[in-house]
Design a protein around this ligand. Structure first.
Ligand code: SAM
Length: 280
């Protein structure tokens, strides 16, 4: 049966290249090209955009991104077995796909991309959070990306979009929402993947804001939220002791009760506290 882009179905690609999924590389492949095109559409209008994809594997999402009109896709893949399959996609779309073999945690990609960059990926579960935190952490504003459309385990997705008072609320929600609007846009059952993982997955779309949601130094916000949520059930006057003798004064100036717990405090107050801490 033909496919939307005239290339072989993904099951044939996997068989032809011996791409038996490896657990240590977090390989759970999407084989339905209608589904990968739908995920690509979650990234918004791709026409005229450069897209960075991490972990293309056999290329299902890559083909979705190209079918949805991405100007140029830069795909970083660690598994050398997947490279020939990806080169076939590149040959079918001259000048629109650059395949880079390497570890996304180590490889510099900036030289291959021109803005506005959209990042889209079905991330390997073992490095997904680390990559997200890196994309949320650049010192420069704006960051090099315009939006992130990322597949995570559903529980991680819930931690990114969580609001105060929820069990999922913590550092990841605060860091993500400081810089972006974050929404879960799709939930996928385990059977959508080959092999099927144990848990549901979800696509999160993060659209960066024009300016930080509330002013503060990001590194200080990271430090304060790490301290507060390391002991999330404790009162802040105890979990934040490391901030020094002026702690209660700083909490008061930020409008935070010293007896409150981290999970009750919103982003605006955490940013106010980060500003107080930065004053020294
Ligand atoms: N995008 C494909 C799809 O949706 O079917 C594959 C997704 S699979 C969940 C994750 C992919 O990331 C695999 O192809 C794996 O080899 C790749 N990968 C794992 N660790 C990586 C790393 N450090 N850098 C780049 N790619 C990595």
């Amino acid at each position: 049966m033909g496919t939307i882009d005239g290339l072989p179905p993904l099951r044939e690609v996997i068989a032809a290249h011996g791409l038996v999924a490896k657990k240590q590389l977090g390989q759970n492949f999407l084989l339905d090209l209608n589904l990968t095109a739908k995920i690509a559409r979650c990234a918004g209008d791709l026409t005229g955009a450069d897209v960075l994809e991490v972990g293309p594997g056999p290329g299902g999402l890559t083909r979705g991104l190209l079918a949805e009109g991405a100007r140029h896709v830069v795909a970083v893949e660690k598994d050398p077995r997947a490279i020939p399959a990806l080169m076939e996609i590149a040959a079918a779309h001259p000048g629109r796909l650059t395949v880079l073999e390497g570890d996304a945690l180590e490889l510099g990609v900036a030289a291959h991309l021109t803005g506005p960059v959209k990042i889209a990926a079905n991330l390997p579960y073992n490095i997904g959070t680390e990559l997200l935190i890196r994309w949320l952490s650049p010192k420069v504003w704006p960051p090099f990306w315009d939006s992130l459309t990322l597949m995570f385990q559903k529980e991680v997705a819930e931690r990114i979009v969580a609001k105060p008072g929820s069990d999922h609320y913590g550092r990841l929600a605060l860091l993500a929402q400081w810089r972006a609007d974050a929404k879960i846009v799709m939930i996928l059952p385990p059977e959508a993947f080959t092999p099927a993982p144990k848990v549901h997955s979800a696509v999160v779309h993060l659209k960066r804001l024009e300016a930080p949601r509330f002013p503060c130094d990001f590194a200080v916000l990271q430090r304060v939220t790490a301290m507060a949520f390391n002991q999330r059930r404790k009162m802040l006057r105890s979990s934040l002791k490391g901030l020094g003798p002026r702690l209660e004064e700083m909490l008061e100036a930020a409008g935070i009760k010293p007896t409150a717990r981290a999970e009750e405090i919103g982003l605006e107050q955490f940013c106010a506290l980060a500003r107080e801490v930065a004053k020294g």
